[in-house]
Design a protein around this ligand. Structure first.
Ligand SMILES: [Zn+2]
Length: 438
């Protein structure tokens, strides 16, 4: 069996080619394509993929995030005519994220809306634990508890390979966490002592705060802002985090930290994904749709002005993470100038080059947005909510599975090196491009 990790870490995407019994399967094909030119991003090994597209018998997508799906339309444009397997929620989420990536693209995207629709047509839903048999190679999805519908991929051919993709070890508001999914579960015994495990390492050098700590921190920020008569703006990712935040606020109210009369609003792409999340709630640990639907109120375009100007105590959850979207920018411009308000970035990692990074780490008191000067008088806070595992969770998972060979991907050099120190017995491969035979 031949395994090639095709993507480089510096292009922030995952693509893994598995060749076995003269057949190839591809797991994920992600690149943040809208930020780069085709020629720049498709260097090295990825270019080779174009030549062997006809040999690929199946494509498996672990979850909808663009660093795992962003180049899927390109695969179809190159002539891939097989199925793209994923869990049920991943299909509509992927389509919407891809369409949005074309819409917000700074460069000319190298695929069209039509290519996205072709890719969506090829997508087939697979249940967790269901075996997809590609004439001898069996592929099974296990829940990775990262976002709604996210999965690990287990491949059984000549050898057994586990690709973890992004996973959350600990419990969150929406998911049980891989830790509790494994505890007492016989299903996971099959993964033990697999021949190869390819594991993510995004937060391999970080110790993340737990759910209780984060809920308390968030609740206190909201409470003190409301006491001053201010508004809280929470800027988050679009899929899971808005619901995570909304349910944390609900918990804060139940614990009497946040006043009961607070209103929680949601706007932007986050509001659209929130509806999908309610539809697919059986993939979360929140089974009652009313718990989710009552936690937030959607804002229409016409209601925005009135919402900003009224004095009711409120929290506004907006997508457009790191202030990279029109909705979060709109609210930021309106709310940043008032010292009574608080702006919360609900992220554990704010990338360099984003406006949020400039504000949080550059300690800027004035920024220019679309030509307008915006003075920042509001309190600016980060609440490091993460849907990844920290080094403790990653190490525990490896020790539980005890793979015969371990490859670390999807993380910085520092992150992999830090993690490798805790996993010396497994002698992990930490190179940025990996091709190996097992
Ligand atoms: Zn992800």
């Amino acid at each position: 069996m031949k395994i090639s990790v095709l993507s480089r870490d510096d292009v922030c995407g995952t693509a893994i080619l598995v060749e076995d019994k003269n057949k190839s399967i591809l797991v994920d094909f992600g690149l943040k394509v809208h930020e780069e030119e085709e020629g720049v991003i498709l260097g090295g090994a990825l270019k080779d993929l174009r030549n062997i597209v006809s040999k690929i018998k199946g494509v498996f997508i672990t979850h909808a995030h663009l660093d795992h799906t962003g180049a899927l339309p390109l695969l179809c444009k190159w002539g891939y005519d097989g199925f793209i397997y994923s869990t049920e929620p991943t299909r509509p989420l992927t389509k919407r994220l891809l369409l949005n990536s074309v819409k917000v693209s700074r460069n000319k995207p190298f695929f069209t809306v039509r290519d996205i629709l072709v890719a969506r047509e090829r997508m087939r839903a697979v249940r967790f634990f269901e075996e997809v048999d590609l004439s001898g190679i069996k592929v099974i999805f296990y829940s990775s508890e990262h976002i709604i519908g996210s999965a690990m991929v287990f491949i059984k051919g000549e050898k057994r390979v586990l690709i973890t993709s992004d996973f959350k070890w600990e419990k969150t508001m929406l998911h049980h966490g891989v830790q509790s999914k494994i505890a007492g579960s016989l299903i996971y015994e099959e993964l033990e002592r697999c021949d190869l495990m390819i594991m993510e390492s995004s937060y391999g050098n970080k110790r993340l705060q737990g759910l209780k700590e984060l809920t308390l921190k968030l609740s206190k920020e909201i409470s003190s802002t409301v006491d001053k008569g201010g508004t809280v703006l929470i800027v988050t990712g679009a899929i899971n985090k808005p619901a995570e935040v909304a349910l944390m606020i609900k918990r804060g109210v139940e614990k009497n930290i946040i006043p009961k009369h607070i209103k929680v609003y949601i706007d932007g792409l986050a509001a659209k994904f929130y509806d999908m999340l309610i539809t697919f709630r059986r993939f979360t640990r929140v089974k009652n749709s009313r718990v989710l639907s009552r936690a937030v109120k959607k804002v229409s375009l016409e209601e925005r002005e009135e919402l900003i100007s009224n004095n009711e105590p409120k929290v506004i959850i907006s997508s457009g993470e790191y202030l990279g979207g029109t909705t979060s920018l709109y609210y930021f411009k309106k709310l940043a100038q008032d010292p009574k308000n608080t702006i919360i970035f609900a992220s554990s990692n704010i990338p360099e080059g984003t406006l949020a990074h400039t504000i949080v780490y550059g300690k800027q008191h004035r920024v220019f947005i679309e030509g307008d000067s915006v003075r920042i008088n509001a309190r600016v806070v980060t609440i490091p909510i993460s849907l990844h595992s920290d080094y403790r969770g990653l190490v525990q998972f490896v020790k539980l599975i005890k793979p015969k060979k371990l490859v670390l991907i999807h993380g910085s050099k520092e992150s992999k090196e830090f993690l490798a120190r805790y996993l010396k017995n497994y002698d992990p491969v930490i190179a940025s491009e990996v091709r190996l035979k097992i």
